[in-house]
Design a protein around this ligand. Sequence first.
Ligand code: SME
Length: 160
Amino acid sequence: MSENLYIPAEASKSEKYEAILPQIEALISGEPDLYANLANISSALKEAFGFFWVGFYLVKGSQLVLGPFQGPIACTRINPGKGVCGTAWMEKKTQLVPDVELFPGHIACSAASKSEIVIPVFKEEEVVMVLDVDSDILDDFDAEDQKYLERLIRILEKTF
Ligand code: SME
């Protein structure tokens, strides 16, 4: 696998996801180091879509702790049930938030973040981390993002 991500120009969102998912799979499937894989996934999503912030929070003890990410500095620790990430963790369900201002308890790491999607990552039916993607555009995520990002997370889960 070469270390270049091919992103089709002038492509629709789903075409971009269809193009990058197999490349990410090729990149991470032979690599046992989790942090390397989380770093490359964050980078690939940022590069393909230009999202404001893309990264992972990992369950460590009784909190989520910041892991590999792309974007501005972010809060380091999140308590269970707090914010969008803590809610995805506790409810074990993707949270698609069109307007973060309307999400009770949203944690504003940056005032620029307007919409957000958080996908839980499972190991043996327990959440072990979450993928958090933030946009500076209101209502920037839809069912298509959810479908492809969940597909990506299923690929990641096969690596550990
Ligand atoms: N907004 C998130 C916190 C993490 S930052 O957006 C990077 C939340 O409410 O959980």
